[in-house]
Design a protein around this ligand. Structure first.
Ligand SMILES: C[S@@+](CC[C@H](N)C(=O)[O-])C[C@H]1O[C@@H](n2cnc3c(N)ncnc32)[C@H](O)[C@@H]1O
Length: 411
């Protein structure tokens, strides 16, 4: 009997099986090795769903990108140090000797050690994402870690810069070292809330762009029903690392070396490589503190509107400041209050539709329907402050931030 033309079943399987193995290997390697859970396997085998129109988080702040970045921190940070070592190695033998006597090689070793310590924190943050009991469904859901929402691979490239920013936020928000920086910007806001005649009954407060969550947490400690909204998973994962009893149990349990990779403006190598313990207090999820991982511009409150919206270093991140102020206004109860403190550092590269001056922002606020307090304890004023500054560095970036309290005028 002659074989029928075309492939036999055995031949077809012989081709298909290696191809399937090749494809699965490709998909597995494409994901982080720590992510092989039933849901990631499901994603690998059945493919990712089509892009979700409900995912309001841009790819560069997304969970997959933040996770990839925390996972890749050690590799990327150490490759930066390697580049510095390579540069040093290009010196002549005589100059290398001078460098050695000055302690430069020791400084590079210290930087390497410091980055290893930072990587421990980063691994802890990334590890949270694979624990679905610790990572209950959010906007994108626990499975969202593994779905790519149709984003392009280049949008999801690890970003070591954003992780470093989050590490500095551990200091600003949650260490003793950051206390003075926090005091200058938190106290004017907390004073307004403390002095509100309704404070004893508890107020409903929204904190958009909440970063690592310290301000929202402080407000909830005053007894108010507080909602924090943050778009960037680089920030919220770091906050979750502190909220979770699995990753954080005690004060000063963790250490970061947030300045170790940058040798500029350094008074001494010791300062640059110093470790900073955190947290100064252990935050725990509470009934009156809610974290929403999503876009504030898409947020509408459950039930009643807010008594207060508090924006700290936030409004200038808007791509459309008019939409931001209109949305703040719409979220407030009649007579509700908006507290703002921050600079006007607009997103560069002409990405912001409008880049207004302070005068223009104040005028816009009135046009949107706010009355800004110009007298008494709530009077508009300038607050000199830093943002994730290194208090021991030779350079300071000082903001002349503006503080105001605005009331939603009658509609
Ligand atoms: C400059 S940071 C300030 C963070 C925090 N308020 C602080 O002072 O530490 C601005 C934050 O707003 C977040 N953000 C920007 N646009 C947002 C939006 N539409 N919804 C929620 N968060 C947003 C950013 O991800 C970033 O974490």
């Amino acid at each position: 009997m002659t074989e029928p033309s075309g492939l036999t079943l055995t031949q077809a399987l012989a081709i298909l099986i290696p191809l399937t193995i090749l494809y699965l290997t490709y998909r597995i390697l494409d994901l982080s090795p720590g992510l092989l859970t039933p849901s990631s396997l499901r994603a690998i085998i059945f493919g990712a769903p089509s892009p979700s129109p409900s995912s309001s988080i841009p790819a560069y702040f997304s969970l997959p990108r933040a996770l990839a970045s925390y996972n890749a921190y050690r590799t990327l940070a150490l490759s930066d140090i390697r580049a510095m070592e390579k540069s040093y190695s290009r010196l002549t033998y005589k100059h290398k000797r001078v460098g050695y006597v000055l302690g430069y090689t020791r400084k590079l070793e210290e930087a390497r050690r410091a980055e290893e310590v930072n990587a421990v924190v980063c691994r802890g943050v990334a590890g949270l994402c694979t624990d679905t009991s610790e990572f209950p469904a959010t906007e994108s859901g626990a499975d969202g870690v593994f779905w790519r929402w149709g984003w392009r691979d280049e949008d999801l490239q690890p970003d070591v810069g954003r992780v470093r920013e989050a590490l500095k936020h551990f200091v600003r928000d949650w260490s003793m070292e950051g206390k003075e920086e926090r005091r200058r910007i938190f106290e004017p806001i907390l004073d307004v809330l403390r002095e509100d005649p309704q404070a004893k009954e508890g107020l409903k407060v929204l904190v958009p762009g909440s970063g690592l969550g310290r301000l929202a947490w402080e407000i909830s400690e005053l007894g108010h029903d507080t909602t924090a909204i943050e778009l960037s998973y680089f920030m919220t994962l770091a906050f979750r690392f502190l909220l979770s009893s699995k990753t954080t149990q005690a004060t000063d349990q963790h250490t970061v070396h947030p300045y170790a990779y940058w040798f500029s403006h350094s008074r001494s190598s010791e300062n640059t490589s110093r470790g900073i313990p955190f947290p100064d207090v252990v935050p725990r999820p509470k009934d009156n503190l809610r974290l929403i991982e999503g876009d504030f511009l898409k947020h509408s409150p459950d039930g009643a509107k807010y008594d207060y919206v508090v924006t700290l270093f936030f409004i200038d991140t808007s791509l459309n400041i008019i939409s931001t102020l209109e949305h703040i206004h719409s979220l407030l109860k009649p007579g509700g209050t908006w507290i703002n403190l921050g600079p006007l550092l607009w997103t560069g590269g002409a990405r912001a539709r409008l880049e207004l001056s302070l005068e223009e922002v104040l005028r816009l606020s009135e046009m949107v329907g706010f009355r800004i307090a110009e007298e008494g304890a709530r009077k508009r004023r300038t607050v000199e402050c830093e943002y994730t500054g290194d208090r021991m560095a030779m350079m300071k970036w000082m903001y002349q931030a503006e503080f105001w309290v605005a009331t939603k005028a009658d509609e």
